[in-house]
Design a protein around this ligand. Structure first.
Ligand SMILES: N[C@@H](CCC[C@H](N)C(=O)O)C(=O)O
Length: 264
């Protein structure tokens, strides 16, 4: 199987061009390739497939083999792959995902895609604003936002030193989230800037989560903590998120990069 390793601010996936390859068992393949010791090493697997309704299709799997309906960092890389490898010959494209068709606008540098803006669609509030939750005997408040996949956004100080590997798994499987959840731990810097760490459903702590950054911006705005455009600083870099409230859609802008090609 030929593959390309790509990353969007450090959220790395193994990408397979399914215009040319067939992957029989995507869940098993995701687990195998993601392993950082016995596999290629990644946060999961993304298949780029033909689509009957868009320019191409993104089919994504987490490190544990579970399927993700949407992936913000992944879809920017899908756009870059599609343009740089000639699947499309235009910089405005539509990508089909399990949570609908998303529109991508791509900016080039030296003929290759460098920066991608994605219309991530309508955010859906899935809890009370600042809903109380007890996790491992401690009280927190979260704001639930779906960006096609579930997120619980928790505002707290000291995220740099928090023990995310202890608290993240307990949020992920808490009884309030029957489908498990991605959890974002967020510190406000000012009305246009926040810091965030994420525990991803199915992948654990990752350096970044695009849908998580969008959910975070929406939760910040709903809680009255920021303006409608927010720079989200994650462990792997920054994303610019804007909630266009007139159109009720969220725009995410960030880089996409290829790391290496291989065959396994
Ligand atoms: N890293 C992704 C999100 C991947 C899917 C997520 N773990 C889920 O299961 O919902 C992103 O950049 O959005």
């Amino acid at each position: 199987m030929k593959f390309t390793k790509m990353q969007g601010i450090g959220n790395d996936y193994v990408y397979v061009n399914c215009f040319e390859e067939t992957v029989e068992d995507p869940c098993g393949t995701a687990k195998m390739v993601s392993d950082r010791h016995f596999g290629i090493g990644s946060d999961g697997l993304i298949l780029i497939k033909p689509s009957r309704v868009a320019d191409c299709q993104m089919d994504m799997y987490n490190l544990d083999g579970s399927r993700g309906a949407m992936c913000g960092n992944g879809i920017r890389c899908v756009g870059k792959y599609a343009y740089d490898h000639g699947i499309v010959d235009k910089t405005e494209i539509d990508v089909e995902t399990a949570s609908g068709i998303k529109h991508l606008s791509m900016k080039l540098k030296d003929g290759k895609v460098e920066l991608v803006t994605v219309d991530m669609g309508r955010p859906v509030q899935t809890s009370e604003i600042g809903e109380p939750i007890t996790v491992d005997g401690k009280e927190y408040c979260f704001t639930g936002v779906s960006m096609g996949n579930p997120h619980a956004v928790v505002f707290m100080d000291g995220i740099k030193d928090m023990e995310i590997e202890k608290i993240g798994p307990s949020f992920e499987v808490h009884e309030k989230f029957p489908d498990r959840t991605n959890t974002e731990f967020v510190e406000i810097v000012d009305r246009g800037h926040v810091n965030m760490r994420v525990w991803e459903r199915g992948s654990g702590e990752t350096l970044a989560c695009g849908t998580g950054a969008c959910a975070t911006a929406v939760a910040c705005i709903l809680n009255g903590l920021t303006d409608d455009e927010v720079r989200v600083t994650l462990l792997g870099g920054d994303l610019l998120i804007r909630w266009d409230r007139e159109k009720d859609t969220v725009f995410m802008t960030g880089p996409a990069a290829e790391v290496f090609h291989g065959e396994i």
